[in-house]
Ligand binder design. Structure first.
Ligand code: IPM
Ligand code: MG
Length: 358
């Protein structure tokens, strides 16, 4: 039987609760489709800080590097909010993305039919559906550029640098074009080329790469306009290509248009064989331990893992279908609850997906 080595980074806050549900679903999928998931655990984020003093111990990096894929819950929490930047839980997340060279972040945002009522936009704006793929650059830009603090003439200041090389833009652009090719053939590049030099280089590079993809229809929007268009007329978008910071912002916005940030999965892929899969939401410390977190984004992340890392397409489709089924049956965690549905908790939601999968 095929077997996949998966490192679990349960993380902080609701992380452990939602990862537990995702594992149940993954195991059930393995049972049905003939593969075994072998898990190993590692620490990252606040839990790693508490246990080892740093957010990303070398042992965690090594473990991830020697596995086939990584499943991450979420990191962060109030407890660690006052630590210096390089010792915060988030630094662990950025560190693992860098260490695994995960430059391409795929964040699909779609409205599930039964969740239409949770979408804050008017039905005539949303229409029948919305299905967007945000392709976010993940290991460059302002997140990784030169940063610092200084005091100039007695005045304290700080800076972060948006910095991109041509090869960095080329490789993420190719991921976006390939993705558009597999979908409806439309790609919208987002930048701020009217102001930023880094965006001008970004756009020039995207235009050059576009020549390799004459079959893909390429458009461009400035980030401010893109943020507006996403709520004005989300249906115009298929694949969106964006830098690290612009993709971070747009994917949160897209998730809300889709109904809840609790529904959005993501895949981070790179040069190496090991991809990382995580919900795009955070650790939600305010609801941690209450058993009410929505595990669906993490469950859907395992579907992305099966699709992108293991080529287990049938199993991935089955998990996604099981999630739809559960939603059609009216089961809802509080974040996506609307009147007339049945409100359930994290574990019940995981059980329901497992049952629908069986
Ligand atoms: C995300 C998160 C992270 C990011 C934070 C937690 C570092 O917002 O994955 O979108 O900004 O990339
Ligand atoms: Mg974010």
């Amino acid at each position: 039987m095929k077997s996949y080595k998966i490192t679990l980074l349960r993380g902080d806050g609701i992380g452990p609760e939602i990862v537990a549900e995702a594992i149940k679903v993954l195991d059930k999928a393995g049972e049905r489709f003939g593969f075994a998931a072998k898990y190993t655990e590692a620490l990252m984020g606040g839990c790693a800080i508490d246990a080892t003093g740093v957010p990303l111990p070398q042992e965690t990096v090594d473990r991830c590097l020697s596995s086939d894929a990584v499943l991450l819950g979420a990191v962060g929490g109030w407890k660690w909010d006052t630590l210096p930047g390089n010792l915060r839980p988030e630094a662990g997340l950025l560190g693992i993305r860098g260490a695994l060279k995960l430059f391409a972040n795929l964040r699909p945002a779609k409205i599930y039919g039964p969740l239409k009522a949770a979408c804050p936009l008017r039905p005539d704006i949303i229409g029948d559906s919305m299905d967007i793929m945000v392709v976010r650059e993940l290991t460059g830009g302002i997140y990784f550029g030169k940063r610092g603090r200084e005091t100039v003439d007695g005045v304290e200041a700080a800076y972060d640098t948006e910095y991109y090389t041509v090869p960095e833009v080329e490789r993420i652009a190719r991921v976006a074009f390939e993705s558009a090719r597999k979908r409806s053939g439309r790609l919208c590049n987002v930048d701020k080329a009217n102001v930023l030099e880094s965006s001008r280089l970004w756009r020039e590079t995207v235009l050059r790469v576009a020549k390799e993809y004459p079959d893909v229809e390429l458009t461009h929007l400035y980030i401010d306009n893109a943020a507006m268009q996403l709520v004005r007329n989300p249906k115009q978008f298929d694949v969106i290509l964006a830098s690290n910071i612009f993709g971070d912002i747009l994917s949160d916005e897209a998730s809300q248009v889709a109904g809840s940030i609790g529904m959005l999965a993501s895949a981070s892929l790179g040069e190496g064989k090991c991809g990382l899969y995580e919900p795009i939401h955070g650790s939600a410390p305010d609801i941690a331990g209450k058993g009410i977190a929505n595990p669906l984004a993490t469950i859907l992340s395992t579907a992305m893992m099966l699709r992108y890392s293991f080529d287990e397409i049938a199993a991935a489709d089955a998990i996604e279908a099981a999630v739809e089924r559960v939603l059609e049956d009216g089961l809802r965690t509080p974040d996506i609850y609307t009147e007339g549905c049945k409100k359930i908790g994290t574990v019940e939601m995981g059980d329901a997906v497992v049952a629908a999968l069986a």
